[in-house]
Write a new protein. Structure first.
Length: 371
């Protein structure tokens, strides 16, 4: 997978000059990664699909005391290490049997022979193992050695029912401070937030933006509605760099959570098979920078480097050397467009691709295949 060289379109409500002074942080203490801020808003301003519950819609602020008492027993602080590398983050008991949902970047340092442990809100600890990882969507599932048998499974809500302005509460362990509760609102919906990680870009798709204070260490923790139902998995923040261009590392009221409606099926698949099960296009592509396209006398787009024999791309008629110019009727400017298309769809779903071959344009429908 190749990281995009060009920036996707920016939302009209976000001044470009302000955006250049923000940085992304994947919010796991000790595993902090910084890059240029890119946000793409994909929800239209008049989209009111999905109504929140009457209690959420009419409440200015969630009742934090009873909510904390209800949800905190399901929240864990995660410590991951391998050799001299270590980091901490948060998670929640997601399913019976000790299955814990968190971010991939929280535990990635322990992948391949490291150690993971979880600490519950009452101070008890347990070793844990990595059940499955999905670096692309920044999700992972752990299993506590003690089965988390004395701790409740968090109640699941639906991110589809969220509304902008609805109150929410974030729970986790910012800076390692376990059982921290902060409140705020849903500031925006359906953000696309690419966050660079350890050799991979995490794609936060349809992310929930919130002003509830979340900081390094909150990663993987819960974002809940006023009924204590999980609606998102906290994953990243934007922050303002200092004069040296280095992140200050703290919350500026721009936090992002992975919607539970996306996280749940991926987590279920990780528990079932250990793999995320995302479909494949069978293509390897590379962006063509405008300067290169001009020098070569060709279009900008995505150059097809390789096509898996017998794979979806080959069945759609694509060949190495083709230049993809449109993905689902949008200009092809980034290889991440192909990645995101696979993360949001299932095997058997289709992508419409327009491509150039020998100066002639054609359109084909690619049917996504099994990984």
């Amino acid at each position: 997978m190749v990281q995009a060289d060009s920036e996707p379109p920016t939302p009209a409500a976000t001044p470009p000059d302000d955006r250049r002074h923000l940085l992304w942080i994947a919010i796991a203490t000790g595993v902090i990664v910084v890059a240029a801020l890119i946000i793409v808003a994909v929800r239209s301003d008049d989209d009111t699909s999905g109504a929140s519950s009457p209690a959420d819609a009419s409440t200015a602020m969630c009742p934090a005391i009873p909510l904390a008492n209800q949800v905190l027993p399901s929240i864990v602080t995660i410590a991951a290490s391998r050799g001299a590398q270590a980091g901490t983050g948060s998670g929640q008991v997601f399913q019976d049997g000790g299955y814990i949902l968190t971010n991939d970047h929280v535990i990635s340092v322990a992948a391949g022979g490291g150690n993971v442990s979880v600490r519950y809100s009452d101070g008890h600890s347990s070793d844990a193992t990595i059940v499955g990882r999905d670096p692309s969507t920044d999700l992972a599932v752990l299993k506590a050695a003690d089965g988390a048998k004395d701790y409740p499974v968090i109640t699941l809500g639906s991110s589809a029912s969220l509304q902008v302005g609805q109150p929410v509460v974030a729970l986790g362990a910012p800076l390692g401070l376990a059982s921290t509760v902060t409140s705020g609102i849903v500031s925006a919906l359906d953000r696309y937030v690419p966050v660079p990680g350890d050799g991979v870009t995490h794609h936060l798709i349809g992310a929930i933006q919130t002003d509830a204070a979340i900081n390094p260490g909150n990663s993987g923790g819960a974002l809940v509605d006023c009924s204590g139902r999980l609606v998102g998995v906290n994953a990243a923040i934007a922050t303002v760099p200092n004069e040296a261009g280095v992140s200050g590392g703290g919350s500026v009221g721009l936090g992002f959570a992975i919607p539970v409606d996306l996280a749940k099926p991926i987590a279920d698949e990780l528990i079932r098979t250990g793999q995320p099960g995302h479909p494949t296009t069978g293509l390897q592509v590379q962006e063509i920078p405008p300067a290169v396209a001009k020098a070569a006398g060709t279009e900008t787009g995505l150059f097809v480097l390789a096509v898996d024999p017998g794979g979806p791309g080959a069945k759609a008629g694509l060949q190495p050397g083709d230049i993809i110019t449109e993905v689902d009727n949008a200009p092809a400017v980034s290889s991440e467009q192909i990645v995101v298309a696979t993360l949001t769809r299932k095997v058997g779903d289709t992508i419409e691709l327009t491509y150039l071959r020998g100066g002639t344009s054609a359109t084909t429908t690619l049917t996504l295949g099994a990984p």
